[in-house]
Design a protein around this ligand. Structure first.
Ligand SMILES: Nc1ncnc2c1ncn2[C@@H]1O[C@H](COP(=O)(O)OP(=O)(O)OP(=O)(O)O)[C@@H](O)[C@H]1O
Length: 274
């Protein structure tokens, strides 16, 4: 029988008898959102960080778990790459960013951030499990999990050993309708995890001189694809320098256009999970 007292899923769960999820008795996390993509490099980590910052701005208690163990970019996105997490008898203490967001990443536990982790799947999966069971998240309204790209071993571990409230799927226009995204969507559906929506990153380029939107890919089959899978597009982000530079400048350079898109994405998350 699972330990359900402080499980975020306890109100809607029907599988207490067979559930094997372990929860940390010190943690009370209300909502857990996995940010997933069919393949790497589409902006999943950047979007995880910017959703977390927007939720924090709205006054929520927010944490970010970097489950992309072999490509951990979350510490740099929060400019905490020089910090190292400590532990006490209760568990691992996440680093708190200047915005007040709690963050854990393997890089915050490694001596040097550029040392590769040459470990096989079961060890990587074990680390992700520990990020849930052994990190002192304490009370959070939202825990954002930057998932590893694709549908491999570690992604499966996140989905099976952490009680996710929902998934945000990140894609780029040229592969929104592709088989790779469909695989990730089907995996999520098979594991009965709700998809809160799709965020299309690098949807268009904004001309820095005239502010004209340039749509590089026409995305003509997108509507049909979304309809087929019963999903909605909850944000379309431009490809712009201020997003590419958040690990250097933080949020300070973000335009109102980009801020408004994240405001609307996080509002959708809040209302869907309420
Ligand atoms: N909308 C955007 N405009 C400009 N640059 C972007 C945008 N989104 C992401 N990038 C840049 O694209 C690169 C990849 O982004 P990111 O690391 O967030 O992707 P990822 O999907 O998490 O990658 P991985 O799967 O390898 O971890 C980064 O250099 C990031 O700064």
């Amino acid at each position: 029988m699972a330990d359900c007292n402080n499980c975020p899923a306890k109100d809607n769960c029907t599988s207490q008898d067979i559930c094997t999820i372990k929860n940390n008795p010190y943690n009370f996390v209300k909502n857990i959102i996995g940010v997933m993509s069919g393949k790497g490099g589409v902006g999943k980590s950047t979007i995880s960080a910017l959703i977390a910052k927007d939720l924090k701005n709205k006054g929520y208690r927010v944490g970010v778990m970097d489950a992309d163990i072999t490509g951990p970019s979350i510490p740099r996105l929060f400019q905490i790459e020089d910090k190292r997490a400590a532990a006490n008898e209760k568990g691992i203490i996440p680093i708190t960013t200047k915005e007040g967001i709690k963050v854990i990443s393997l890089n915050l536990l490694m001596e040097e951030e550029d040392k590769p982790v040459i470990w096989r799947g079961p060890i990587l999966s074990g680390i992700v499990q520990q990020f849930w069971t052994d990190v002192l998240w304490e009370e959070l309204d939202y825990l954002i999990i930057d998932m590893p790209p694709g549908t491999g071993d570690v992604a499966l571990t996140v989905m099976q050993s952490i009680p996710l409230s929902g998934i945000i799927m990140v894609s780029v226009p040229q592969d929104l309708v592709s088989m790779i995204v469909a695989k990730a969507i089907n995996m999520t559906k098979k594991l009965n995890i709700p998809i809160l929506g799709i965020v299309e990153n690098m949807s268009y380029v904004l001309c820095p001189d005239c502010n004209k939107r340039i749509q590089i890919f026409d995305g003509e089959n997108t509507d049909q694809f979304l309809k087929e899978y019963g999903l909605s597009l909850i944000g379309e982000l431009p490809m712009v320098k201020d997003i590419a530079n958040i690990s250097v400048n933080g949020n300070s350079e973000l335009t109102d256009e980009v801020r408004n898109i994240f405001d609307s994405i996080s509002n959708r998350i809040i209302t869907t999970l309420n």
